[in-house]
Ligand binder design. Structure first.
Ligand SMILES: [Fe+2]
Length: 278
């Protein structure tokens, strides 16, 4: 029998209309507004977490390392070389990326993580916090990922494409692997390149840290908040699930980006039986 996944004793996501839940959701929304992030330790039960970790490790061999130097703006691979801006400009900067990810199409639907991602409880919970309908990303490869970082693993400063990407830390490293972010550094109206450049130059007072424990769900405005993971120290892997949600319906990523991040097999699939819509 599958264990209960969400720790509803701590977090009443199954009863959002109760007075207690409404107060709690309002607090989360305020924290997200104020801090650009909020974390929910022990969001999944200990039994579910243990099983999720076992299941993640069982498909770790399917993880693809992807690019090792990446722009904060994933989709600007060509722009980074071609645009008429100085080499110090954020559009032309690349940071070191050292991790491997299992793409969504390789994560079995019966895995607890898939069940959590596909649960309407998650959509309803995130919608209650944002005050808007929330949708699962429709990208066949990017919607749900498991990321593995070995010793020395890290992720460069970047923005997410989705507006409500959430992460669930499955296994924490012995040290390092800290989530750092600059909340609300850009908006739809303003890319704020000067402030982004200051962060990339390690010369900004906007940067905050979240020290996450395994089992913590992290809500985060990664589309507007620049973020990274610092270098993992020690031999225990950092294992994290990335759950792609968005307040925009039908969000689909870029095929070129998926080939880069998940490997040439994506190009082969797309040539034969495409998962991306025409
Ligand atoms: Fe991200």
């Amino acid at each position: 029998m599958s264990p209960q996944i969400i720790n509803t004793g701590l977090y009443p996501v199954d009863n959002l209309s109760s007075a207690d839940a409404r107060t709690w959701v309002a607090q989360l929304r305020a924290r997200l507004e104020h801090d650009g992030s909020c974390t929910l330790p022990n969001f999944v039960t200990a039994q579910a977490l243990a099983k999720m970790v076992r299941q993640a490790h069982s498909i770790a061999h399917l993880a693809y390392p992807g690019p090792t130097e990446v722009s904060p703006y994933f989709f600007n691979y060509r722009l980074g070389n071609a645009c008429d801006v100085p080499a110090t400009h954020p559009l032309r900067r690349k940071g070191r990326r050292n991790l491997a990810q299992v793409a969504a199409d390789l994560i079995p639907p019966e895995f607890l993580l898939s069940q959590l991602y596909r649960s309407d409880l998650m959509l309803d919970f995130l919608a209650a916090i944002t005050g808007k309908p929330v949708y699962r990303n429709q990208d066949p490869y990017q919607s749900l990922n498991i990321s593995f970082m070995n010793q020395g693993g890290c992720q460069q400063w970047h923005f997410d494409s989705g507006t409500m990407v959430t992460t669930l830390l499955l296994q924490e490293p012995e040290a390092g692997g800290i989530f750092e972010y600059a909340p609300a550094i850009r908006s739809e109206a303003n890319e704020n390149f000067d402030a982004v450049q200051a962060v990339l130059d390690d010369n900004s007072d906007r940067v905050r840290q979240n020290h996450l424990q395994a089992g913590t769900l992290s809500l985060f405005r990664g589309h507007y908040s620049l973020h990274r993971v610092t270098e993992v120290e020690g031999s225990r892997q950092r294992v994290q699930a990335i759950l792609g949600y968005s307040t925009r319906p039908g969000l689909i990523g870029n095929k070129e980006s998926s080939i880069l991040h998940y490997g040439p097999r994506v190009a082969e699939i797309e040539a034969k039986t495409p998962l991306y819509p025409e």
